[in-house]
Design a protein around this ligand. Structure first.
Ligand SMILES: Nc1ncnc2c1ncn2[C@@H]1O[C@H](COP(=O)(O)OP(=O)(O)OP(=O)(O)O)[C@@H](O)[C@H]1O
Ligand SMILES: [Mg+2]
Length: 377
């Protein structure tokens, strides 16, 4: 049993004033013309995971606007999730905080302490057209991509990354003060070092799991070999974790002056990068064609979903925005087969409904038009 979302409700979310969608566990197809509201639905689902959603938007921009007018109200996404854990109600949205708006998370009607709580309820991964440039862009996006994959295996990872980012920002803030408090800096550096080691360790563990997995690719999808470019990971291979942690603390202490000058943190877990190698061609991902890069990302995401399904009893969602149209016929069929094998609720969008016609009753197909969603039967 793997199930997925059985009901999705949106309020004031982008082009949707209201949406109430009832679903069964089958994969979902959303088809419709440009601007119909397909990606908006996937974005709403991506907020059922920690982070800023698949568009990485400002939270206020998401609130529904009528004729460009200022937001009517604060947006909300609510979902009933079905899995072997039972039926659970999870939701997120924007609410007024004491000083400004903030994103809140509700699980079974109760406010959750932090976004990471979502990881225990549902595993969400996605592939969007914006990610076509993942291998060409800076390390930050690849690191985020990797960390999101790790969440599926290690529910505490998101919390760790959030704490590490918080301590890093705090340290920089203190460093920028006219007279930084050395004691406070040492405390923050100690916390940063401890989180950094745990983060790098979780990344390495995940990549190890992935390389050991039996089915690293499927159909004629390329086999990708992933490795972490990381000074800390290298050191962890030769020295005990406590030793590496102490070293990092010392390095952070040593780099205070330069970090203060440049306004950046020179060392730490945020310097890691993910390197991807296309095994059959003997090439690094950035040297491969756009289609090959997309296929490699799909291999990775599907392998992670496969591993996740053996470890985690919760439901999983796979959001594939405009992915199917860019695959050749044999890869498209292999992807459909793999999705059905994995028993995962994949949400696929496309402007052309015909691309999905072989799937018939194996999927639930909706037509999206002007933010109205109708089941096609
Ligand atoms: N805050 C908002 N309030 C109202 N409408 C919005 C808001 N943000 C975005 N939109 C609108 O939502 C519409 C649908 O966007 P969406 O990205 O979901 O379309 P799509 O069906 O995925 O189209 P495409 O095939 O071009 O990718 C767009 O016309 C966009 O202008
Ligand atoms: Mg779209």
């Amino acid at each position: 049993m793997r199930e997925g979302v059985s009901r999705l409700q949106l309020t004031a979310f982008r082009s949707y004033k209201n949406l109430d969608l009832k679903l069964d566990p089958r994969p979902v197809v959303l088809s419709g013309v440009n601007g119909a509201g397909k990606t908006n639905i996937l974005e709403a689902l991506s907020f059922l995971a920690p982070g800023r959603g698949l568009r990485k938007s400002q939270l206020l921009d998401i609130s529904h606007k009528d004729n460009g007018q200022s937001p009517l109200q604060h947006w909300a996404v609510s979902a009933t999730v079905f899995s072997s854990l039972g039926e659970r109600q999870i939701g997120t949205g924007l609410e007024y905080g004491p000083s400004k708006e903030r994103r809140v998370i509700k699980i079974e009607g109760e406010y959750a302490k932090n976004q990471s709580s979502l990881n225990k309820e549902l595993y969400v991964s996605w592939l969007t057209p914006q990610m076509d440039r993942l291998f060409m862009e800076g390390a930050k996006e690849r690191r985020r991509f990797l960390d999101r994959l790790v969440y599926g295996l290690d529910a505490g990872h998101a919390e760790r990354v959030a704490r590490y980012d918080f301590f890093t920002r705090e340290r920089l803030k203190v460093l920028m003060q006219p007279k930084p408090d050395p004691q406070w800096l040492s405390t923050l550096e100690e916390k940063m070092a401890a989180e950094a080691i745990a983060i790098v360790d979780a990344r390495v563990n995940f990549l190890h799991f992935l390389s050991e997995a039996k089915n690293q690719s499927f159909g004629n999808f390329p086999k990708a070999q992933l490795s972490l470019k990381s000074n800390l990971a290298e050191k962890l291979q030769s020295f005990p974790a406590l030793h590496v942690e102490e070293d990092l603390k010392e390095e952070l202490h040593q780099t205070r002056t330069v970090d203060r000058e440049v306004g950046r943190t020179s060392v730490g877990a945020h310097k890691d990068d993910l390197s991807v190698f296309f095994v059959d061609k003997g090439l690094h991902a950035e040297q491969c064609s756009t289609g090959e890069q997309k296929a490699m990302l799909l291999s990775i995401i599907m392998a992670a979903a496969r591993i996740q399904s053996t470890i985690n009893p919760g439901a999983a969602l796979l959001l594939l925005d405009e992915v199917v149209a860019h695959l050749d016929e044999s890869r498209r069929q292999a992807l459909f087969e793999e999705i059905l094998n994995l028993n995962i609720q994949a949400w696929m969008t496309g402007t052309d409904a015909d691309l999905f016609k072989n799937l018939d009753e194996k999927v639930q197909h909706f037509q999206v038009k002007n933010a109205i969603v109708r089941a096609i039967v």
